[in-house]
Design a protein around this ligand. Structure first.
Ligand code: IPD
Length: 309
Protein backbone atom coordinates (compact mmCIF):
# COMPACT_ATOMS: atom_id res chain seq x y z
CA UNK A 1 0.00 0.00 0.00
CA UNK A 2 1.13 3.65 -0.37
CA UNK A 3 1.35 3.93 3.46
CA UNK A 4 3.55 0.89 3.58
CA UNK A 5 5.80 2.31 0.85
CA UNK A 6 6.06 5.61 2.72
CA UNK A 7 7.17 3.73 5.83
CA UNK A 8 9.81 1.84 3.82
CA UNK A 9 10.94 5.11 2.21
CA UNK A 10 11.37 6.85 5.58
CA UNK A 11 13.28 3.85 6.87
CA UNK A 12 15.56 3.85 3.78
CA UNK A 13 16.30 7.58 4.12
CA UNK A 14 17.26 7.20 7.79
CA UNK A 15 19.33 4.11 7.00
CA UNK A 16 21.25 5.97 4.28
CA UNK A 17 21.94 8.84 6.70
CA UNK A 18 23.27 6.42 9.32
CA UNK A 19 25.38 4.59 6.74
CA UNK A 20 26.70 7.92 5.39
CA UNK A 21 27.74 8.87 8.90
CA UNK A 22 29.76 5.65 9.11
CA UNK A 23 31.47 6.60 5.84
CA UNK A 24 32.34 10.02 7.24
CA UNK A 25 33.59 8.49 10.50
CA UNK A 26 36.03 6.57 8.31
CA UNK A 27 37.08 9.82 6.61
CA UNK A 28 37.53 11.58 9.96
CA UNK A 29 39.63 8.73 11.31
CA UNK A 30 41.91 9.01 8.31
CA UNK A 31 42.26 12.77 8.46
CA UNK A 32 42.88 13.06 12.17
CA UNK A 33 43.65 16.54 13.41
CA UNK A 34 46.51 18.19 15.25
CA UNK A 35 45.77 16.22 18.43
CA UNK A 36 44.66 12.84 17.01
CA UNK A 37 46.80 10.77 14.70
CA UNK A 38 45.26 9.72 11.41
CA UNK A 39 44.71 6.06 10.58
CA UNK A 40 45.33 4.28 7.30
CA UNK A 41 42.43 3.15 5.10
CA UNK A 42 43.61 -0.21 3.89
CA UNK A 43 42.04 -1.79 0.85
CA UNK A 44 42.06 -5.26 -0.61
CA UNK A 45 42.00 -6.06 -4.33
CA UNK A 46 39.10 -8.21 -5.53
CA UNK A 47 39.06 -9.26 -9.21
CA UNK A 48 41.72 -6.80 -10.32
CA UNK A 49 43.93 -4.03 -9.01
CA UNK A 50 41.17 -1.46 -9.68
CA UNK A 51 38.41 -3.56 -8.10
CA UNK A 52 38.96 -2.85 -4.44
CA UNK A 53 37.14 -3.17 -1.15
CA UNK A 54 37.81 -1.47 2.17
CA UNK A 55 36.87 -2.49 5.69
CA UNK A 56 34.39 0.39 5.59
CA UNK A 57 32.53 -1.14 2.59
CA UNK A 58 32.13 -4.33 4.59
CA UNK A 59 31.20 -2.67 7.88
CA UNK A 60 28.59 -0.43 6.25
CA UNK A 61 27.08 -3.30 4.32
CA UNK A 62 26.92 -5.47 7.47
CA UNK A 63 25.19 -2.61 9.32
CA UNK A 64 22.68 -1.90 6.55
CA UNK A 65 21.91 -5.58 6.05
CA UNK A 66 21.42 -6.10 9.76
CA UNK A 67 19.00 -3.16 10.03
CA UNK A 68 17.00 -4.32 7.02
CA UNK A 69 16.76 -7.95 8.04
CA UNK A 70 15.65 -6.96 11.54
CA UNK A 71 12.94 -4.63 10.24
CA UNK A 72 11.86 -6.62 7.14
CA UNK A 73 12.88 -10.24 7.71
CA UNK A 74 10.84 -11.52 4.77
CA UNK A 75 12.55 -9.27 2.19
CA UNK A 76 15.52 -10.38 0.08
CA UNK A 77 18.84 -8.56 0.33
CA UNK A 78 21.55 -8.09 -2.29
CA UNK A 79 24.66 -6.11 -1.47
CA UNK A 80 27.84 -5.57 -3.41
CA UNK A 81 30.11 -7.09 -0.80
CA UNK A 82 27.78 -9.94 0.14
CA UNK A 83 27.62 -10.87 -3.53
CA UNK A 84 31.38 -10.64 -4.01
CA UNK A 85 31.80 -13.10 -1.23
CA UNK A 86 30.44 -15.87 -3.42
CA UNK A 87 26.67 -15.76 -3.64
CA UNK A 88 25.60 -18.57 -5.90
CA UNK A 89 22.71 -16.64 -7.47
CA UNK A 90 23.23 -16.03 -11.17
CA UNK A 91 20.24 -13.82 -11.73
CA UNK A 92 20.22 -11.32 -8.92
CA UNK A 93 16.84 -9.65 -9.07
CA UNK A 94 13.69 -11.75 -8.71
CA UNK A 95 10.09 -10.56 -8.34
CA UNK A 96 10.35 -10.83 -4.53
CA UNK A 97 10.59 -7.59 -2.50
CA UNK A 98 14.35 -7.01 -2.56
CA UNK A 99 16.79 -4.51 -1.10
CA UNK A 100 19.73 -3.79 -3.35
CA UNK A 101 22.59 -1.96 -1.66
CA UNK A 102 25.96 -0.55 -2.53
CA UNK A 103 27.43 0.38 0.85
CA UNK A 104 30.11 2.51 -0.80
CA UNK A 105 29.91 3.43 -4.46
CA UNK A 106 33.08 5.16 -5.55
CA UNK A 107 35.41 3.07 -3.40
CA UNK A 108 38.48 4.30 -5.28
CA UNK A 109 37.38 7.90 -4.63
CA UNK A 110 36.89 7.07 -0.97
CA UNK A 111 40.36 5.67 -0.56
CA UNK A 112 41.81 8.78 -2.25
CA UNK A 113 39.51 11.16 -0.34
CA UNK A 114 37.89 12.47 -3.51
CA UNK A 115 34.40 13.52 -2.39
CA UNK A 116 32.42 11.64 -5.06
CA UNK A 117 31.36 8.62 -3.03
CA UNK A 118 28.02 7.57 -1.62
CA UNK A 119 25.86 4.87 -0.16
CA UNK A 120 23.10 3.62 -2.42
CA UNK A 121 19.98 1.87 -1.12
CA UNK A 122 17.19 0.65 -3.40
CA UNK A 123 13.99 -1.19 -2.63
CA UNK A 124 12.82 -3.27 -5.59
CA UNK A 125 9.25 -4.51 -6.06
CA UNK A 126 8.25 -6.81 -8.93
CA UNK A 127 11.79 -6.36 -10.33
CA UNK A 128 11.36 -2.56 -10.52
CA UNK A 129 13.34 -0.08 -8.44
CA UNK A 130 10.52 1.48 -6.40
CA UNK A 131 12.45 3.40 -3.75
CA UNK A 132 15.93 4.83 -4.20
CA UNK A 133 18.08 6.68 -1.69
CA UNK A 134 21.61 7.86 -2.43
CA UNK A 135 23.62 9.74 0.18
CA UNK A 136 26.93 11.45 -0.60
CA UNK A 137 27.99 12.53 2.89
CA UNK A 138 31.12 14.47 1.92
CA UNK A 139 28.95 16.59 -0.38
CA UNK A 140 26.03 16.83 2.03
CA UNK A 141 23.72 15.62 -0.72
CA UNK A 142 20.95 13.12 -0.19
CA UNK A 143 18.93 12.07 -3.21
CA UNK A 144 15.69 10.20 -2.65
CA UNK A 145 12.73 8.98 -4.64
CA UNK A 146 9.69 6.82 -4.19
CA UNK A 147 7.54 5.61 -7.05
CA UNK A 148 4.90 8.22 -7.87
CA UNK A 149 6.27 10.75 -5.36
CA UNK A 150 8.95 12.52 -7.38
CA UNK A 151 12.69 12.78 -6.84
CA UNK A 152 14.27 15.01 -4.24
CA UNK A 153 17.57 16.58 -3.24
CA UNK A 154 18.04 16.89 0.51
CA UNK A 155 14.32 16.09 0.91
CA UNK A 156 13.28 19.64 -0.01
CA UNK A 157 14.26 20.42 -3.60
CA UNK A 158 12.48 18.61 -6.34
CA UNK A 159 14.51 17.21 -9.24
CA UNK A 160 15.42 18.22 -11.85
CA UNK A 161 16.66 21.41 -10.25
CA UNK A 162 15.76 23.65 -13.19
CA UNK A 163 12.10 22.87 -13.63
CA UNK A 164 9.91 25.81 -14.36
CA UNK A 165 10.07 25.00 -17.23
CA UNK A 166 12.43 22.04 -17.53
CA UNK A 167 14.89 23.02 -20.29
CA UNK A 168 14.70 21.03 -23.54
CA UNK A 169 17.71 19.03 -24.71
CA UNK A 170 19.95 21.10 -26.98
CA UNK A 171 18.42 21.11 -30.49
CA UNK A 172 21.56 19.54 -31.92
CA UNK A 173 22.23 17.15 -29.05
CA UNK A 174 24.70 15.69 -28.24
CA UNK A 175 26.27 18.95 -29.39
CA UNK A 176 26.08 21.20 -26.38
CA UNK A 177 25.61 18.33 -23.88
CA UNK A 178 27.62 17.21 -20.90
CA UNK A 179 28.23 13.48 -21.31
CA UNK A 180 29.31 11.26 -18.44
CA UNK A 181 30.69 7.75 -18.43
CA UNK A 182 33.12 5.76 -16.33
CA UNK A 183 36.35 3.87 -16.66
CA UNK A 184 34.74 0.81 -15.09
CA UNK A 185 36.94 -2.00 -13.83
CA UNK A 186 37.63 -3.82 -17.06
CA UNK A 187 40.39 -1.87 -18.75
CA UNK A 188 40.84 -4.18 -21.74
CA UNK A 189 40.45 -2.56 -25.12
CA UNK A 190 37.13 -4.21 -25.95
CA UNK A 191 33.92 -2.74 -27.30
CA UNK A 192 32.14 -0.65 -24.62
CA UNK A 193 34.94 -1.76 -22.36
CA UNK A 194 36.95 1.29 -21.52
CA UNK A 195 36.58 5.00 -21.39
CA UNK A 196 38.44 5.67 -24.65
CA UNK A 197 36.10 3.35 -26.51
CA UNK A 198 33.01 4.78 -24.82
CA UNK A 199 33.95 8.33 -25.66
CA UNK A 200 34.95 7.47 -29.20
CA UNK A 201 31.76 5.58 -29.80
CA UNK A 202 29.70 8.37 -28.27
CA UNK A 203 31.44 10.92 -30.43
CA UNK A 204 30.69 8.78 -33.46
CA UNK A 205 27.02 8.67 -32.46
CA UNK A 206 27.20 12.41 -32.62
CA UNK A 207 28.17 12.26 -36.28
CA UNK A 208 30.97 14.53 -37.27
CA UNK A 209 33.45 15.14 -34.51
CA UNK A 210 33.52 18.89 -34.21
CA UNK A 211 36.69 20.82 -34.75
CA UNK A 212 37.83 23.79 -32.76
CA UNK A 213 35.23 25.92 -34.44
CA UNK A 214 32.45 23.94 -32.78
CA UNK A 215 31.11 22.21 -35.86
CA UNK A 216 29.32 18.89 -35.82
CA UNK A 217 28.77 16.89 -32.67
CA UNK A 218 30.84 18.80 -30.15
CA UNK A 219 29.79 17.89 -26.64
CA UNK A 220 30.32 20.61 -24.04
CA UNK A 221 32.19 18.22 -21.83
CA UNK A 222 32.92 14.64 -20.88
CA UNK A 223 33.00 13.73 -17.19
CA UNK A 224 34.05 10.64 -15.27
CA UNK A 225 33.27 10.99 -11.57
CA UNK A 226 34.22 7.51 -10.42
CA UNK A 227 30.74 6.71 -9.14
CA UNK A 228 28.11 5.35 -11.49
CA UNK A 229 25.50 5.96 -8.79
CA UNK A 230 26.31 9.66 -8.54
CA UNK A 231 26.40 9.91 -12.34
CA UNK A 232 22.76 8.85 -12.36
CA UNK A 233 21.93 11.27 -9.54
CA UNK A 234 23.41 14.14 -11.54
CA UNK A 235 21.48 13.11 -14.64
CA UNK A 236 18.33 13.23 -12.49
CA UNK A 237 19.39 16.64 -11.19
CA UNK A 238 19.75 17.83 -14.80
CA UNK A 239 23.48 18.55 -14.52
CA UNK A 240 24.57 15.76 -16.87
CA UNK A 241 22.59 15.46 -20.09
CA UNK A 242 23.63 11.92 -20.99
CA UNK A 243 25.23 9.01 -19.17
CA UNK A 244 26.23 5.82 -20.81
CA UNK A 245 27.86 2.89 -19.08
CA UNK A 246 28.69 -0.71 -19.74
CA UNK A 247 29.57 -3.14 -16.97
CA UNK A 248 27.50 -1.83 -14.07
CA UNK A 249 26.05 -4.07 -11.45
CA UNK A 250 22.54 -3.86 -10.05
CA UNK A 251 23.68 -2.12 -6.85
CA UNK A 252 25.44 0.57 -8.89
CA UNK A 253 22.24 1.61 -10.66
CA UNK A 254 19.08 0.42 -8.86
CA UNK A 255 18.54 3.50 -6.65
CA UNK A 256 19.67 5.88 -9.42
CA UNK A 257 17.20 4.39 -11.90
CA UNK A 258 14.31 5.04 -9.49
CA UNK A 259 15.58 8.58 -8.90
CA UNK A 260 15.96 9.38 -12.59
CA UNK A 261 12.60 7.92 -13.56
CA UNK A 262 10.88 9.91 -10.81
CA UNK A 263 12.64 13.05 -12.00
CA UNK A 264 11.15 12.46 -15.46
CA UNK A 265 14.36 11.32 -17.15
CA UNK A 266 14.86 8.31 -19.33
CA UNK A 267 16.93 5.21 -18.71
CA UNK A 268 17.16 2.32 -21.08
CA UNK A 269 19.33 -0.76 -21.47
CA UNK A 270 21.10 0.66 -24.54
CA UNK A 271 21.10 -2.76 -26.21
CA UNK A 272 20.67 -2.74 -29.99
CA UNK A 273 16.99 -3.49 -30.76
CA UNK A 274 16.23 -7.06 -31.88
CA UNK A 275 14.26 -5.58 -34.78
CA UNK A 276 16.47 -2.85 -36.29
CA UNK A 277 13.35 -1.22 -37.79
CA UNK A 278 11.86 -0.53 -34.35
CA UNK A 279 12.12 2.92 -32.83
CA UNK A 280 10.66 1.79 -29.49
CA UNK A 281 12.89 2.43 -26.49
CA UNK A 282 13.63 -0.73 -24.59
CA UNK A 283 12.36 -0.74 -21.03
CA UNK A 284 15.25 -0.73 -18.59
CA UNK A 285 15.90 -4.10 -16.97
CA UNK A 286 18.13 -4.54 -13.97
CA UNK A 287 20.92 -6.93 -14.78
CA UNK A 288 21.42 -5.67 -18.33
CA UNK A 289 24.80 -4.18 -17.26
CA UNK A 290 24.60 -1.70 -20.17
CA UNK A 291 22.68 1.50 -19.58
CA UNK A 292 21.95 4.80 -21.29
CA UNK A 293 20.38 7.64 -19.30
CA UNK A 294 19.03 10.96 -20.55
CA UNK A 295 18.18 13.83 -18.28
CA UNK A 296 14.63 15.09 -17.76
CA UNK A 297 13.90 17.40 -20.68
CA UNK A 298 11.11 19.75 -21.61
CA UNK A 299 9.65 19.81 -25.13
CA UNK A 300 12.06 21.03 -27.81
CA UNK A 301 11.38 24.25 -29.70
CA UNK A 302 10.30 22.17 -32.69
CA UNK A 303 7.82 20.20 -30.62
CA UNK A 304 6.44 23.34 -29.02
CA UNK A 305 6.08 24.85 -32.50
CA UNK A 306 4.25 21.76 -33.69
CA UNK A 307 1.89 21.81 -30.71
CA UNK A 308 0.97 25.45 -31.19
CA UNK A 309 0.18 25.03 -34.89
C1 IPD B 1 32.10 1.27 -9.27
C2 IPD B 1 31.96 2.73 -9.59
C3 IPD B 1 32.63 3.03 -10.93
C4 IPD B 1 32.02 2.19 -12.06
C5 IPD B 1 32.07 0.72 -11.72
C6 IPD B 1 31.41 0.48 -10.36
P1 IPD B 1 32.31 0.71 -6.63
O1 IPD B 1 31.51 0.92 -8.04
O2 IPD B 1 30.61 3.10 -9.66
O3 IPD B 1 32.46 4.38 -11.27
O4 IPD B 1 32.75 2.43 -13.24
O5 IPD B 1 31.39 -0.02 -12.73
O6 IPD B 1 31.44 -0.90 -10.06
O7 IPD B 1 33.20 -0.47 -6.80
O8 IPD B 1 33.07 1.93 -6.35
O9 IPD B 1 31.24 0.42 -5.65
Amino acid sequence: TPEHLKEIYDFAVQLAKDAGKMLMDGVEARCGDDSTPSTQQEHVEKDSSVDIVTQTDEDVEAFVKDQITKKYPSHDFIGEETYSKGSSRDYLITTAPTWCVDPLDGTVNYTHLFPMFCVSIAFILDSKPTIGVIYAPFLNQIFSACSGQGAWLNETRRLPLIRNPVPPMPEQAPKGCVFSCEWGKDRRDVEDGNLYRKIESFMNMAGEIGGRGGKGGMVHGVRSLGSATLDLAYVAMGSFDIWWEGGCWEWDVAAGICLLQEAGGLVTTANPPEDPATTAIEEVKLGSRLYLAIRPAGPSATETGRQSQ
